[in-house]
Every structure is written in structure tokens, then in C-alpha cells.
Design a protein around this ligand. Sequence first.
Ligand SMILES: [Zn+2]
Length: 195
Amino acid sequence: MLGQDYTSVRLRIKNLFLELTNLQLDIPQVDVLATKQTEDGKFIITVESRRQTTKCGVCQKENACNYGHGQAVRLRHLPILGQETYIIIQPRRAQCPTCLHHPTTTQTLKWYDQRSPHTKAYDQHLLKQLIGSTVADVSLKENLGYDAVMGALERQVDGKINVAKNYRDDFGTLRKQEMHRLRQTLPPATYKELI
Ligand SMILES: [Zn+2]
């Protein structure tokens, strides 16, 4: 009797904790499947994405994820209750019905980069810590390798380079469109003077 009560209380605490975790995670469109705390206090949270589609890597068309799951990835995330926290996700996979040879694609999600061992939120957390601290300090404080901190920094710089590159590409397209428009509207002799 006492045992049963104890189990139900434990279950209620566990459900409450899952709800709290869902609130605290701050990751969009995921469901928490399981939460556990290791003996040394780390939180391991297994999540599943609510998104059921992903873009084909070849034709960029949005396909239903109906091709099972990829390998589970473990991502360091923002601390919960001051403890190291890790997210585990098994990304969904999709197969393109229209492209030649029906290529498969692993679902990409906005809150983590496939090549990164951290969630984007955690990378940002590290960058904030780096303001006014050295990489070695942050590495020690976060119990994280020096290279992992440097990795977060490099990904941020990479992101900036991508933004610059997209801007340059957009600018190139705009320039082409504008030249095309001028060619259509200006007398040929005036257009020739322009180019
Ligand atoms: Zn495709």
C-alpha cells in the first residue's frame, strides 16, 4: 500500500518535472520524451521534434519525414537549476519522391547546427560568458574543453560570414534584375553607354 503511494507520488513529481523542463528548455517545437539526472547531477533530456517535414537537400522541396530516424545526437544546452544539461535528439529522415535516385535527407532544425555539439542557445550563452572573460576561464567555469569554447566562437563568426555572403549574392541578383529592367526600358544606345 505504502509502496503504491510512493510510486504514484514519484510519478506525479516526474510529470511535474517534465512539464517544468518543457517550460525551461526554450527550444521551439519539441516534446520532451524523457528526463534523467546522472549520479553526478547532469540533466539528460531526450526530445522529439514536432516538425514532420524537411527540405530535400537537392531540390529544396518540403518532404514528409517518412524515412525513419538518423543517429541520436547529444547537444550541450543551457544549464537547468545550475546543472550541466544535455539534449538528445534522433533526427527524422525524409526521402524525396521526385528527385532522381530518391535521395534521403536528415531533418535540420533551427535551434541546432548539424555539425555542432551545442544547441545555438548554448553557443550564445558561451559567447555572453566570453565578454570580459578569457576562453580558459569560460572553459573551466562551464566544465568544457578549450576547443569546444573556441568552436562556439568560430561558429558565430562563420554565421556572420554566411550573412555577408548571402547579402553579396542578393546584391548580385538585384543588380542583374536592375540591368535587365534598364535594358528593356532604355533606348539601346543609352543602355550601351551604361555598360
Ligand atoms: Zn528532391
